[in-house]
Ligand binder design. Sequence first.
Ligand code: MLT
Length: 306
Amino acid sequence: MAEARKILTLNAISARGLARLPEHYVVGGDLADPDAILVRSANMHEMEIPTSVCAIGRAGAGTNNIPVKKMSERGLPVFNAPGANANAVKELVIAGMLMGARNLVPALKFVESLDGTDEAMHKATEAGKKQFAGMELPGRTLGVIGLGAIGSHIAEAAIRLGMNVVGYDPAITVDAAWRLPSQVKRAENVDDVLRTADFVTLHVPLLDATRNLINAQRLSLMRSGAVLLNFAREGVVDNAAVIEALDAGKLHAYICDFPANALKGHPKVVALPHLGASTEEAEENCAVMVAEQLTDYLENGNILNS
Ligand code: MLT
């Protein structure tokens, strides 16, 4: 009889993913001496990882919530699911771009603030139409910093929307390079992207080298009235510098996928609760990908994508 491995889940993991684990595995949120851990967003940095654990699977792309260094010092793999949520993030970034281009959130707030009779409100919409007039996407330039699975999907979608795309990545993978439409102009560095784009979207992991990648100096290079989108990690943008750029009229809007006190209530900020990969499909894709890798490792010792 094959060994009944114990898989500890630290978050709710999609049932379709869990179904990819062998039937005889024991899976649950409260297991002693687990063989492996499946996690989505739970922060594992302060957690005492049981000595029985021989692998961690992260049902998502980034691994910032996992003590990867500690695991590799123990010689143990951490599996993740790069690309499995790329479509979900792409769709939200396109929505974010439209929010910025058409001033959707301030316009909604304006309508909510209207009071009085329907007639009075209709009259007030005349002012709103002027105040929130926007811009269209075709012919505008999107800068994509980070051309991995997500960045290259976004570049492809933007080209279909009639945009020009300029992208930068110091280490693009063969897969992403194949997917990248030939129309995407490759920049030499981050600064060149910032100088030429009307919209800039960030798709880099949070590393020492990318912390505060977008700081006051870099914001000063951006086109006046540009929209900055951050659906990557909060730490890659210096929030205080962004607020200054918004207040100075340098940036038109900052659309991000993280709440932060520094950004709260700012009329030109749209902050979402890390919704990028929160679709049924992406959660399933990530869970399936990581459950398959974990099984292959536990059953056959294979290490793919760790
Ligand atoms: C990821 O790393 O996959 C994303 O940040 C999405 C998430 O974990 O919710």
